[in-house]
Design a binder for this molecule. Structure first.
Ligand code: PLP
Length: 354
């Protein structure tokens, strides 16, 4: 198929109630020049006494979007910002998936929120296991698609496996599916592979999710990002709660992005990842280590519960993923500070199968 010719049928994709709904028009929507000189703002029932927080935030997060657009080299009309990725993922369900009618496809083992949100929105979650080398099983995925399948969720780099999906697998899915393909790139800044962001102009059914919670060190601010075609963005902007990103988060994110400290931290974490990886290789109780393009490493041990508890007894909390499909006996460890990793490395030398 010629990509340029790929069209998506929004009439099919968008829920009926969303097509016809009129969005809430906030005071700040109608007049948003809050800093414009000597205007008197008596339109939003705010407390007028200035304290830095008495005004509603910009519902369209204009400045933050401009900053992100510059960093990511996209147009700010291609961005939606939410209260964490979890909110923007939920918006996708609410815009495109009709409760008790439509379905989505997810690829376990993967990030748990896709399934939780499907449940919450009464959407069937068709699960198609990754292959043994943690790649999408493309033919099985396409076989499970029916006329009610609205979204396929690809997490690349994937949590908890740590790998990216091969380009040819992603392209085959994007080109042969008429619904939305969502690529969750929460960990993309830790990978040497490029983001799929630049492909949103080529594929109108492609939606990229990123977050400021991981590489950018702002999990506490709750800022999740959608990058997609303007058509998709317009729908999501229409249904999002008007003031979903508070003014402190907008302000601090702009400041922290400007400092560019994250660039140094990403490089530091990648180096630290290699150190922890080497220690895992030498560790007697580790039976398998999976390559990582993220800020965590998945590894297999004989007895995950025993080893999880040994970490805990030594004051280190890791994640036991042994109940996830294909992850029997697996623990997932996040890369910490150099000092924290030293402690992990020391412990790895001592762990035993008692
Ligand atoms: C793949 C993936 N996507 C999204 C998130 C959540 O991001 P946020 O903090 O923006 O909600 C996580 C968090 O662990 C994740 O692993």
């Amino acid at each position: 198929m010629n990509n340029k010719e790929k069209k998506i049928d929004f009439d099919f994709l968008v829920r009926e109630n969303i097509k016809t709904m009129r969005p809430y028009s906030s005071a700040r929507d109608e007049f948003n020049e809050i800093n414009s000189g000597d205007m008197i703002f008596l339109d939003a029932n705010e407390n007028p006494f200035e304290n830095g927080l008495n005004r509603y935030p910009d519902p369209h997060q204009k400045v933050l979007k401009e900053v992100l657009a510059k960093i990511k080299n996209v147009n700010s009309n291609n961005i939606v910002i939410g209260n964490g990725s979890d909110e923007v993922l939920d918006l996708l369900f609410r815009a495109f998936c009709e409760p008790n009618v439509d379905n989505i496809i997810t690829l376990p083992p993967t990030y748990g929120m896709y399934g939780v949100l499907a449940n919450l929105n009464a959407i069937e979650n068709k699960k198609v296991l990754l292959t043994d080398d943690f790649q999408p099983n493309v033919s099985s995925i396409l076989n499970r698609v029916n006329h009610k399948t609205k979204i396929i969720f690809l997490c690349s780099p994937n949590n908890p496996t740590g790998n990216t999906f091969l380009d040819k697998n992603i392209i085959e899915i994007v080109e042969n599916f008429n619904g939305l393909v969502v690529i969750d790139e929460a960990y993309i800044d830790f990978s040497d592979k490029p983001s799929w962001l630049k492909k949103i102009n080529q594929y109108p059914n492609l939606v990229i999710i990123q977050t400021l919670s991981k590489a950018y060190g702002m999990a506490g601010l709750r800022l999740g990002l959608v990058y997609a075609s303007e058509q998709i963005i317009t729908i999501l902007e229409k249904i999002k709660p008007p003031y979903n990103v508070n003014s402190i988060s907008q302000k601090l994110a702009i400041e922290k992005l400007a400092s560019m400290k994250y660039l140094y931290e990403i490089e530091e974490l990648k180096k630290e990842r290699e150190k922890v990886m080497k220690a895992l290789v030498q560790c007697k109780i580790v039976t398998e280590i999976f390559p990582s393009e993220t800020n965590f490493i998945l590894f297999r041990v004989d007895n995950a519960t025993l080893q999880y508890n040994q970490f805990l007894e030594n004051g280190i909390v890791v994640r036991n993923r042994s109940n996830d499909s294909l992850c029997r006996g697996c623990l997932r460890i996040t890369i910490g500070t150099p000092l924290e990793n030293e402690k992990v490395i020391e412990l790895l030398k001592k762990l035993k199968n008692v």
